[in-house]
Design a protein around this ligand. Structure first.
Ligand code: AGP
Length: 606
């Protein structure tokens, strides 16, 4: 959560560059924002509560002068969203400015001591940092990077930090511990930011800072060292293949809609993952005695679908556990014979990283699926499989979900082959159909987007929804329901359709919308029974079903037809209508689907 950026440029004003980069980072938090530059030996600061565009309209960030600066877009943890709590935070002398993503755990203790000599103005944990640096610099007359290092030795917690100081008006100092931070190498300019897309218009040459490292950045040189050992680290520059256009809306009103439309392309890219990588991953899973899949939110739904795929295709036993519950629910179960399959599009979700660390400490092997090269999850893993969705900016995960499903299908098919559990001709048939899914998703969007929009507009003001599916479609229902909740703010619940009669059916009254995910698989007859039960109570039935399923069509008030595929692949083909439904329900209700309230794309707190 929170996006941070730093710019030191020899020839250009820093603030407009920071402002644009912050807009690309806004998915990480958007309750307040600010920029500080150094100009004529002074810190020039503009910050306010609200979204970046609202603040810019009021304050005009681009009028800040100076070729060095830092910026922040906030997701509040300590202190309400307000101008005072917005970053950058400064010291008493207004010479040091700091932006921070993470949580300083011992801030109360540090603050209590510092407050005897320093004037604190905010409720943030971050404010201890500029005061600590101020005190160290005043006492020891050391430079900014030494003072920062010494300050960080007193700090416990997680951080990505960027600091500027008027005494060194050509230097950015940044540091990382468990919150993401990358450095961009430019021409006569260098940068740092919370993620790669923020830097893409300026550079594609990236240095991935590791935990426990700090950097001193000038426009023409970068020095990296460890925070504790003061050991110099040779920077490794990676040339990233993502393009600046990938991080722009490209004519779509929202990133979310663009990213839904990019799904066929994302699937194609992911289905091209080298067979050796899939084979290696499948073999590691096959060698494990116990397999746990762990993830949060949408990635957890992919994990649940993965569990069905693994069991149905390759008779591989696994459990999918929400990462924030992982250590509690697997206490005493993890050992050297265990493999963890961790899924995270960002690779930075604190809950998932925590689950991995717990499993690693107990001797487990870690395999991960992520969309972000060099993300923390990949560094903690023995083996990483990278999905190829390109950068996902919309807070609601869409294209990264579909590619997680595709990669899990690839792994499951490979495992089926290794374990000889499924007939070879069936494996081939499913594989062929998997390679058809980009085309199916593309056609579904082309053919049905306007119908889905009309349905969404019609039902956008219903206060409650129920999403039901059976078998693997239960996971599709869960994902559809989550999308509706998170961007349209409509209460919805997802259930296995068979379970609904044990409780949720009590909610049904005439006109209650129930969304059925009912592809033509071996659960079809039973789900028709569940549709009948809901109809008997005068629910409104909206279904996503096989386009040739006239029986379900007759039973539904509205139906979105999709081509039939092998059941195990149905989450890939059925989820797009649900994503579009949530998108249009949100926009009809006047909400910005790219920036849902209270959420951030990358949840880096536990
Ligand atoms: C998805 O729409 C949500 N924004 C959220 O549930 C997300 O999937 C979750 O926070 C996990 O993120 P990750 O995949 O980056 O780990």
């Amino acid at each position: 959560m929170c996006g941070i950026v730093g710019v030191v440029d020899r020839n250009n004003l820093a603030s407009p560059i920071i402002h644009e980069a912050l807009k690309r980072l806004e998915y990480r938090g958007y309750d307040s924002a600010g920029i500080a530059t150094i100009y004529q030996n002074k810190i020039c600061l503009k910050k306010e509560k609200g979204k970046i565009s609202e603040i810019h309209e009021k304050l005009d960030f681009n009028k800040l002068l100076g070729t060095i600066g830092i910026g922040h877009t906030r997701w509040a943890t300590h202190g309400l969203p307000s101008k005072t709590n917005a970053h950058p935070q400064v010291d008493c002398t207004n010479k040091i400015a700091v932006v921070h993503n993470g949580i300083i755990e011992n801030f109360l203790e540090l603050r209590e001591d510092l407050a005897k000599r320093h004037n604190f103005v905010s409720e943030t944990d971050t404010e201890v940092i500029p005061h600590l640096i101020e005190e160290i610099m005043a006492k020891t007359k050391c430079d900014l990077h030494t003072a920062t290092r010494r300050a960080l030795q007193k700090v416990k917690g997680t951080y990505a930090l960027v600091i500027i100081c008027t005494k060194e008006s050509d230097t950015l100092v940044c540091a990382r511990n468990e919150s993401p931070l990358v450095i961009g190498v430019g021409k006569n300019a260098n940068y740092c930011a919370s993620d790669i897309p923020a830097l893409l218009p300026m550079t594609r040459k990236i240095i991935l800072l590791s935990d426990g490292e700090m950097a001193t950045i000038h426009h023409d040189k970068i020095r990296i060292e460890t925070i504790n050992g003061e050991v110099e680290v040779q920077p490794k520059i990676v040339n990233v293949s993502w393009t600046p256009e990938m991080a722009q809306k490209g004519g779509y009103p929202h990133f979310m809609l663009k990213e839904i439309h990019e799904q066929p392309h994302a699937l194609n890219g992911t289905l091209m993952i080298r067979p050796e990588v899939i084979n290696k991953t499948a073999n590691v899973l096959n060698d494990s005695e116990k397999l746990y899949i762990t993830a949060a939110g949408t990635s957890h739904h992919a994990g649940l679908a993965g569990r069905y795929m693994l069991s149905k295709l390759s008779a591989m036993q696994s459990q999918a556990i929400i990462s924030s519950e992982f250590s509690e629910s697997t206490a005493n179960l993890i050992d050297e014979d265990t493999t963890i399959l961790a899924i995270s599009q960002s690779g930075e979700t604190a809950d998932t990283l925590n689950a991995i660390k717990f499993a690693k400490d107990n001797g487990a092997k870690i395999v991960s699926i992520t969309n972000v090269m060099g993300s923390t999850i990949s560094r903690l893993s023995d083996l990483t499989l990278y999905t190829q969705a390109g950068p996902e900016i919309g807070v609601a995960a869409t294209k990264t979900f579909i590619v997680q499903l595709a990669s899990l299908a690839l792994i499951s098919l490979q495992l089926a082959e290794i374990r000889g559990m499924t007939d070879n001709s069936e494996i081939e048939q499913i594989r062929e159909e998997l390679f058809q899914t980009p085309r199916i998703v593309e056609n579904t969007i082309k053919k049905h987007e306007s119908l889905i929009r009309d349905i969404a507009y019609e039902y956008a003001y219903k206060p409650n929804f129920l999403y039901l599916g059976r078998g693997i479609s239960t996971t599709t229902a869960m994902e559809g329901s989550l999308k509706l909740k998170e961007i349209a703010y409509i209460h919805s619940e997802a259930y296995p359709a068979g379970e609904s009669k044990h409780g949720a059916i009590a909610l049904i009254e005439p006109g209650f919308p129930v969304v059925f995910i009912a592809p033509h698989d071996d659960t079809r007859e039973r789900i028709i029974g569940n549709i009948m039960e809901m109809k008997a109570r005068e629910a409104t039935i909206i279904s996503v079903a096989d386009e040739n399923d006239y029986e379900i069509k007759k039973l539904s008030h509205k139906m979105i037809g999709i081509p039939s595929t092998m059941g195990i692949l149905s989450p890939i083909t059925c989820v797009t209508p649900l994503q579009l439904f949530a998108y249009y329900a949100a926009t009809k209700r006047g909400y910005d689907p790219d920036k849902p309230r209270n959420l951030a794309k990358s949840v880096t707190v536990l």
